[in-house]
Design a protein around this ligand. Structure first.
Ligand SMILES: N[C@@H](CCC(=O)N[C@@H](CSC=O)C(=O)NCC(=O)O)C(=O)O
Length: 324
């Protein structure tokens, strides 16, 4: 019996050593590094791991800033920004086009780019094969409707399981990164909704929240109505994933702040409805803590996102304690 022997690191971390995924597997594994890419002053790690929540392998990218690689022992842990991507995205889109990396080096935070849904041949997809439901469109919720509830548990995955697993991988992150305590959340479009739902549903978890062109009222717009009716068993479940509803019911007791940018030329404006968010914020404890900017001429793309990432990075850096 050799099973008690420690697995050599090189072998354990090799991508091709991942066991084939079995649908019913509930085996907990740590992260496997698929690729390490030098980027700006730090490194982008392309990781994969087995998720208990989605019962699939999940890919993600983690950017470790230059501060992580400094030789001298830093006294404080490096905080983390979780960036939730939009419809159709994998962890690559934002890693390649949002330009968070120079900002992460500037202030000294890590960035986690999770995937937008479970994937694989055994994971049910949109029967109509459209891009706004199913693979790449998990809406950061816990599905309660068959056949999606088996794998589409993105709420539990993104806000709970993933931060916990990252914080436990001491071998990879050497205890130098804070994935659980001093963390912020951001996102784009469907992921902007995910970021807002993150701060509302897990108020004590995130120090700050920002969003690029978020879907703020999913219960009333086509993308959201399709997703909620497809993934959720009952209409009464919808409100827990709807920022316009949550903002009225979650007390902003610690005066946390939300920064939002939306392009005035966004072709998906009927899905976003930023004005509706402001209406719902009015009269709540969030009223003075939501900074919503409609920016002239910008669209929905990563040209828009990358333009305002520096502003969002500075905003989060303040609340993560990274500004002097
Ligand atoms: N594939 C679609 C366009 C889908 C799209 O624009 N997706 C956005 C997010 S939309 C809201 O969640 C996105 O981020 N795309 C990835 C990118 O790299 O731009 C179509 O063909 O129209």
């Amino acid at each position: 019996m050799l099973s008690h022997l420690p697995i050599p690191i090189q072998t354990r971390r090799h991508y091709y050593d991942l066991p084939p995924l079995k649908q019913k597997d509930r085996v907990l594994m740590t992260f496997t590094v698929k690729q390490t890419i030098a980027s700006c002053g730090g490194k982008l790690l392309k990781l994969t791991h087995q998720s208990q929540c989605t019962r699939t392998a999940m890919d993600l990218n983690v950017y470790l800033p230059k501060q992580f690689y400094r030789q001298e022992g830093a006294s404080k842990k490096i905080p983390t920004i979780y960036y939730l991507s939009g419809l159709t995205c994998t962890p690559q889109n934002a890693s390649e086009k949002a330009f968070w990396q120079p900002q992460a080096d500037k202030y000294g935070f890590a960035v986690v780019f999770p995937d937008t849904s479970p994937r694989g041949d055994n994971v049910p997809d949109d029967p109509a094969s459209s891009w706004d439901f199913g693979h790449g469109a998990g809406f950061y919720l816990n599905a309660t409707r068959d056949p999606f509830m088996e794998n589409y548990q993105m709420k539990a995955y993104v806000y709970e399981e993933l931060p916990k697993l990252l914080s436990q991988d001491v071998e990879l992150f050497q205890g130098k990164v804070d994935f659980l305590g001093n963390i912020a959340i951001s996102g784009h479009s469907m992921g902007g909704m995910g970021a807002l739902n993150g701060i509302f549903n897990y108020y004590n978890k995130y120090v700050s929240c920002s969003a690029f062109a978020p879907v703020v009222s999913p219960s009333t717009v086509p993308w959201g109505k399709k997703a909620f009716s497809g993934y959720l068993q009952e209409q009464k479940e919808w409100a827990q994933y709807d920022p316009c509803e949550l903002v009225k019911n979650v007390e902003n007791s610690n005066e946390k702040n939300i920064l939002i940018h939306v392009g005035s030329n966004d072709p998906f404006m009927e899905q976003l409805k930023p004005a509706l968010f402001l209406e719902n914020v009015k009269g709540t404890s969030w009223e003075k803590h939501v900074d919503l900017n409609i920016v002239e001429g910008f669209d929905h793309s990563y040209y828009f996102i990358s333009t305002f990432v520096p502003e969002h990075a500075k905003f989060h850096a303040k609340y993560l304690g990274l500004l002097d």
